[in-house]
Design a protein around this ligand. Structure first.
Ligand SMILES: *[C@@H]1O[C@H](CO)[C@@H](O)[C@H](O)[C@H]1NC(C)=O
Ligand SMILES: *[C@@H]1O[C@H](CO)[C@@H](O)[C@H](O)[C@H]1NC(C)=O
Ligand SMILES: *[C@@H]1O[C@H](CO)[C@@H](O)[C@H](O)[C@H]1NC(C)=O
Length: 773
């Protein structure tokens, strides 16, 4: 992001607000919670960074955190309590070695803990990048002491060399499944199982093509399987598309899977996966736009139903930096496994001389089905393990691991689209609301250290709140949830944080508690506070779908505060609504107040400049919020303003200068002029340079959702603009400098070219048949 951009947004927000308050209802969280020490239990240690690996040890009441050169055992109930720690530093020799190979001594040549898993004997398996020479070790926690066993194992293929490279891993019955790159240059991607027989992927671009691995999870598909199916391991990643015949590289998101029982082939695919299948994973945010890139996936399963009802919640960000939208898409495991079990394959076809095109395979498929796990049918045919698989099946899959059909999310569209800080990680928790209905709440980490809490209520996206977890605006690198403590654990480069699923106490009134529509919270009339559902004995007032606050008791009246100013002085009256979706409305002596030259509305209050006698009176600030059930008005503040000489008013701040909390009128005016000029200059410059991804003014033109909730549709302007920009990116020969100055005639002359590009994108969706070539 451009360094001046935050400044622009910062100054534009108040402007946009005064121009049109409704404009900001587009996808804003209802409540924004700035950083505060008591938002979360925090853990950080001086001089230690990169708290990005976590292992929940609920059996030991521990959160084990891997950072740079250190591992911590923290109290799971309060992670600010460190119980034990151990260092794992690189030796001087290792560091010199790493530095001699051209790596940065301070950044790269350290040991970043990347893998932390529990082993069957209740110990732990740990791997670190170890100055670009990955190594693994066992670790135990006994008598309150974390101890590395110092029995190092080679970490190649398990843990990345490069601390900046993403990876994924999972441990199942002492078998480590890892997806990373296995050489110093980071150019040899591998998906591997380290077991007595190590099984891995082929080094072929059709298998893995410059991948970025993001998540791995398992699925117990053998459970009550009538077909005698095997358990599977799913892998989520993005890679350069082999199937795209475009000028430039195109990245696509993928889901791949392998069978747990796979031990490789006999001659073909010896010690390689015979069950590695992958498919494109789509999250269609905008039509005719570059595919969005997957960043993380959370497996959500209902403990009471079968694996086939499990869902994968994935976060996506755009392929190019020109858009600031992020999305969450949800996939059914059953949809994914159907594509693998029944779908067609893609096959490479050489057209003309050397150009390879990937098309749908329409020929005969050998039996057993390539890539399938060993099942009853295969066993009946005498194939008890993958070693028994016939050569045609193995040859087929070696050449064609990619499925023809893409996997689409539930509803063929995202569950959440939001503009702003990019999404990085996600976890999901299901809660039963007061009326017995179940809701799945998403907790999404962002690049700016915030946690976004959102629910989709029958198709309406609603962001309950966005909480700043870390003081620094650093990306959230890991999210974990413990169903034992009911807490969420987050890690960033600067520390770890622990938060409960809900902090109902942030609402101090019944109206705010109900309109927050947080399924974890309700208003306890007897106690007179907003309480957690399961912490309260009495019936709570809650209305998450409609936001119906009509049952709320009459609010207590707000005691008026007296304020007084000199004639000619300035006065600021504060009024901040608890909700970003509410409008604040000012009244003076019972009549609606409109902004006039010397009375100005601010985001969080009212400013009276150059006061005169007529400004005296009773001021009232109301917060007006719409919900499906109605319009609710709360009095937020009451003021009695008197104009008079200093000292005439009892007990209040009397100096007008002090009350304005700011510069004098002249000073203020000068400041405004300076700021406006610099802001306009900045804005002009930013527009000129094309640095503003979403022109702030454009917001006003975008349509907000009726309820003031979150739009899942994206503004037309944005759609068209990003599509265009990304098409430009696809076109190598086009000069962006001159492109900006096209006259309409010039633009028209480009039409055929652009059409050609548009044709290419849908071709990703509608795959040619092999016979068409
Ligand atoms: C580790 O943390 C430091 C400090 O914030 C950061 O500059 C660096 O990029 C991080 N390194 C990795 C590999 O994430
Ligand atoms: C497969 O297993 C069955 C029973 O376990 C056995 O009878 C059969 O001979 C095995 N087949 C092969 C090819 O090993
Ligand atoms: C927590 O989740 C695990 C599976 O991840 C499950 O076995 C266990 O029963 C759950 N515990 C509670 C208290 O819900």
């Amino acid at each position: 992001m451009h360094p001046l951009l935050p400044l622009c947004v910062f100054w534009l927000l108040p402007v946009a607000l005064t121009l049109d308050e409704d404009s900001l209802l587009d996808c804003v969280p209802r409540r924004s919670v700035p950083f505060e020490r008591d938002n979360a239990h925090l853990f950080e240690e001086e001089g230690v960074f990169n708290y990005s690996t976590m292992l929940l040890r609920e059996d030991l009441n521990l959160l084990v955190v891997g950072a740079r050169e250190a591992i911590y055992a923290l109290d799971l109930s309060d992670i600010s309590k460190k119980l034990s720690s151990t260092k794992w530093e690189v030796t001087e020799e290792q560091r010199d070695d790493c530095e001699n190979k051209g790596k940065d001594a301070e950044m790269d040549c350290k040991n970043y803990i990347r893998i932390l898993h529990k082993t069957d004997d209740n110990k732990m398996y740990v791997c670190g990048t170890n100055a670009f020479d990955p190594e693994c070790d066992y670790m135990s926690y006994e008598n309150g002491q974390l101890t590395l066993e110092k029995k190092p194992e080679d970490g190649k293929g398990k843990c990345p060399f490069d601390p900046f490279q993403r990876y994924a891993s999972i441990m199942l019955v002492n078998d480590l499944y890892s997806a990373t790159s296995m050489n110093f240059l980071g150019s040899e991607p591998i998906v591997m199982r380290s077991s007595p027989v190590t099984i891995r992927t082929e080094f072929k671009t059709s298998w893995l093509n410059e991948p970025t691995f993001v998540a791995m999870t398992q699925m117990p598909e053998s459970e009550r399987s009538l077909k005698g199916d095997d358990d599977k391991v799913y892998l989520f990643f993005s890679e350069t598309a082999v199937e795209c015949d475009c000028y430039n590289k195109l990245t696509v998101s993928r889901v791949a899977r392998v069978c747990k029982g796979d031990v490789g082939g006999q001659r073909t695919l010896q010690k390689k996966w015979t069950s590695f299948l992958k498919a494109r994973l789509d999250c269609p945010v905008l039509e005719a736009q570059l595919p969005y890139i997957i960043q993380d996936t959370y497996r959500w399963c209902d403990p009471r139903s079968s694996w086939s009802d499990c869902l994968f919640y994935s976060v996506f960000t755009p392929q190019s930096d020109t858009s600031d939208l992020s999305a969450v898409c949800v996939y059914r495991v059953s949809d994914i496994s159907r594509v693998f079990a029944e779908g067609k394959y893609k096959t490479p076809v050489t057209v003309e001389t050397s150009f390879v095109k990937w098309v749908m395979y329409s020929g005969d498929v050998p039996d057993p089905r390539p890539g399938a796990c060993i099942n009853n049918e295969a066993r009946e045919a005498g194939i008890n393990q993958t070693l028994d698989l016939p050569d045609p099946t193995l040859q087929f899959i070696k050449l064609r691991p990619l499925m023809d059909q893409a996997v689409l999310p539930i509803g063929s569209k995202p569950l959440l689209v939001r503009r702003g800080a990019k999404f990085t990680r996600i976890i999901v928790n299901q809660v039963q609301a007061a009326n017995g209905e179940k809701h799945r709440v998403m907790f999404v980490g962002t690049e700016e250290g915030t946690l976004v809490k959102a629910v989709n209520y029958n198709g309406e996206m609603f962001i309950i709140e966005e909480v700043q977890l870390f003081q620094q605006r650093v990306p959230i690198k890991i999210l974990r949830f413990s169903n034992v403590t009911g807490h969420i654990y987050a890690g960033s480069d600067h520390g770890a944080a622990q938060v409960p699923l809900a902090t109902c106490g942030r609402s101090s009134t019944c109206l705010d508690c109900v309109l927050a529509r947080d399924p974890y919270c309700g208003w306890d009339t007897a106690a007179g506070k907003c309480s957690l559902l399961w912490a309260s004995q009495s019936d709570l007032i809650q209305s998450v779908i409609d936001g119906d606050a009509s049952l709320c008791p009459e609010a207590e009246s707000v005691v008026p505060l007296s304020r007084s100013i000199w004639p000619g002085g300035n006065l600021q009256l504060l009024c901040s609504s608890p909700s970003n979706l509410a409008k604040t409305v000012w009244e003076k002596d019972g009549k609606a107040l409109t902004a006039a030259g010397h009375v100005q509305f601010l985001l969080d209050g009212l400013l009276i400049l150059n006061a005169s006698e007529s400004d005296a009176g009773r001021y009232r600030c109301q917060s007006v919020e719409h919900s499906k059930a109605g319009i609710y008005t709360t009095i937020v503040a009451n003021y009695q303003v008197d104009i008079g000489p200093a000292g005439s008013v009892e007990g209040n701040e009397i100096m007008p200068q002090a009350q304005t909390n700011g510069p004098s009128l002249a000073g203020l005016q000068a400041l405004i002029v300076v700021l406006s000029v610099s802001f306009l200059a900045l804005l002009t410059w930013n527009f000129y340079k094309g640095h503003i991804p979403q022109p702030c003014y454009r917001r006003k033109m975008e349509q907000k959702d009726e309820q003031g909730g979150c739009n899942t549709t994206v503004a037309y302007n944005e759609a068209v603009r990003s599509a265009q920009t990304e098409e430009e990116l696809l076109e190598p020969g086009r000069d962006n400098g001159t492109n900006r100055n096209h006259s309409s005639a010039e633009a028209a002359s480009h039409v055929p070219e652009e059409d050609a590009l548009k044709d290419f994108l849908p071709s990703l969706q509608f795959i040619d048949d092999e016979s068409e070539i």
